[in-house]
Design a protein around this ligand. Sequence first.
Ligand SMILES: C[S@@+](CC[C@H](N)C(=O)[O-])C[C@H]1O[C@@H](n2cnc3c(N)ncnc32)[C@H](O)[C@@H]1O
Length: 310
Amino acid sequence: MGPRPVPVAGVMRAAAAALAGAGIDSAAVEARLICAHVLGVDRSRLMLADGLDEAAIAEVDRIVAARAGRGVPLQYLLGTAPSGRLELSVGPGVFIPRPETELLVEWILARLPAPTGGVGLGPVVVDLCAGSGTIALEIAHARPDARVHAVELHEAALDWLRRNAAARADAGDTPIEIHHGDATDPHLLPRLRGRVAAVVSNPPYIPLTDDLPAEVLGHEPATALFGGTDGLVVVVPLVDLAASLLAPGGHLAVEHDDTTGAEVAAVVGRRGGFGTVEQHTDLAGRPRFVTATRHDGADDDPTAQKGITR
Ligand SMILES: C[S@@+](CC[C@H](N)C(=O)[O-])C[C@H]1O[C@@H](n2cnc3c(N)ncnc32)[C@H](O)[C@@H]1O
């Protein structure tokens, strides 16, 4: 007979102490999540588990060491992150979904035309800079009738996007369409021009001058974070692309850095073709996303302005 399992409470206490010692704020919550992950149980049932054997304790120690010693984001270590009503796979190479992005999803969902038909017969939605797929997959989950397209440029992120999209389709959600492409390319998605009900984006937007927490700088891909020195390098051409994709009456929602709300609203306003440009805050009251509605008008076609042929 092998050694008796060690009670969960003791392992969790030791893990929490190590995490707190490394300055991690929510050490007790993280210790609970780590133990639940290693035991493969829901955290609400953790205290009902028999305890942890030697191999399980070694795995808890490995995760705690990576978290406390190297500051690896917990979501990368557990391999998943909450995303609204979903749980998505994440790991090195992909941006970890943030709760504030939920606000964009809710805003767009509230404005999509009501469902009228079956699967795939509803509004066309485009998620530019899709990363793990959090926005695209949440919309596809909430609106099975929508035809959701997700655009991502970087291979590492695309792998996670494909994996999450396949998992959600297996779980019964309407499959999304994935495009390997550049959201700053004015020729992107030519088949969808003028047909899209909503363009949503959480692009790389952090101004390069900002001070960032070491955890973010050291682990998440720079290509997901930074938007040039003003934070607008991707946003400006992306707004042009959105204008050409949206149908009259279609909606745009773009997340931004909390220092660039006025600039992003000005970019959208200057672009022409959009009405009702609005700035929104997140739950902490910080400026977080800009929305606008495409109005009709042949003279505000961006491809016409730039002399680009369709
Ligand atoms: C801030 S992350 C957001 C990911 C996801 N939308 C979310 O909310 O979690 C930005 C994403 O844009 C991708 N990206 C960066 N530049 C891009 C571009 N020019 N075209 C398309 N995707 C791009 C990055 O690889 C990254 O996955």
